[in-house]
Design a protein around this ligand. Structure first.
Ligand code: GLN
Length: 304
């Protein structure tokens, strides 16, 4: 790994910055983490790896899981998926209801909650045992049987998930949800509750840096073209209404979650996972963005 010293130096620099932002306390269980945790882990497609800080502490990956559910649904139903969900940045918050009425229940993209709820519905219609089968898919990508849901987190979100209930019902009223909304939401809350650490996260997402193939046995998770498209969606929609600013600062296809994690992909080169739970106003990790901005600036390793 060529950039170990740079990563260490930037880690120390960003760690010292005043902690701005708040925990995602709208999900009560997410307020129980150490707000000063900070970890970074990088994996290259040549299998070199390096981590600093709390990279082996598990956290709730939340919306980062939307990339995995999209990948499985895309793998199963192919291009038909785009009849149910769009590919445009929304320019609105991750949990917004605003555009759905005008767009007649077709969410703008698969990474806002509305889109991920439709993807969850597609998976329920296509899997025999959605929770078990999805978990097996995720574990199989990097041969990591330690990855699991957190029941505490999924129940915690279920107890307060009123906006997601509203989103799912509104979409159902337009006919774009096939299954019972309570089943769809139960599955959605589960997939958002997946827990892993930065090391597991960067190793899991390496297939998106490797034309859709995992490094473990070279398994094809997505075709090259599908992998390109998922990367494009991460680039344009991965940070909701902060996607433009994130691209401007960092320049890598990436996905964030309200647990404070970010995974960034440099196609054909590396993935890097960062975790720092304090979030900015758009619900994205404050220090995670800072670190990635410094990293791609210093190393010149961005796609632009
Ligand atoms: N489970 C969270 C929610 O639905 C996911 C949001 C996120 O990580 N941006 O609100």
């Amino acid at each position: 790994m060529n950039h170990e010293k740079t990563i260490e130096n930037l880690y120390e620099k960003v760690k010292r910055i005043d902690s701005k932002g708040d925990l995602a306390s709208y999900i009560p269980e997410l307020a129980n983490v150490n707000s000063e945790s900070f970890g970074v882990y990088i994996s290259t497609i040549n299998s070199s790896t390096f981590g600093v800080g709390n990279y082996s502490d598990k956290f709730s990956i939340q919306s980062i899981a939307k990339v995995l559910s999209l990948s499985l649904a895309y793998r199963i139903i192919g291009e038909n998926i785009w009849k149910r969900v769009g590919v445009e940045p929304s320019g609105t918050a991750f949990n917004s209801l605003i555009q759905l009425e005008a767009d007649k229940g077709i969410p703008r993209n698969p990474f806002i909650n509305a889109g991920a709820i439709v993807v969850a519905d597609i998976l329920i219609s296509n899997l025999d045992n959605p929770k078990e089968d999805f978990l097996a898919f995720v574990r199989g990508i990097s041969n990591d049987s330690e990855i699991n849901y957190s029941t505490d987190i999924s129940l915690s979100e279920k107890s307060v998930g009123f906006r997601n209930v509203a989103l799912c019902n509104l979409i159902k009223s337009f006919g774009n949800i096939e299954n019972d909304p309570s089943d769809v939401l139960d599955f959605y809350f589960h997939l958002c509750s997946l827990e892993m650490n930065c090391k597991q996260l960067s190793e899991l997402f390496i297939f998106l840096a490797n034309d859709g193939c995992s490094l473990f046995e070279g398994k094809e998770i997505l075709s090259q073209s599908q992998s390109k498209r998922v990367n494009a969606l991460m680039q344009t929609c991965g940070f909701y209404d902060e996607s433009g600013e994130f691209a401007f600062k960092v320049g890598l296809p990436s996905k964030s979650g309200v647990g404070g994690g970010i995974v960034a992909i440099h196609p054909k080169q590396y993935t890097i996972a960062v975790w720092s739970p304090r979030l900015n106003k758009k619900g994205n990790s404050y220090k995670g963005i800072k670190f990635l901005e410094e990293f791609t600036t210093k190393t010149k390793l961005s796609i632009f």
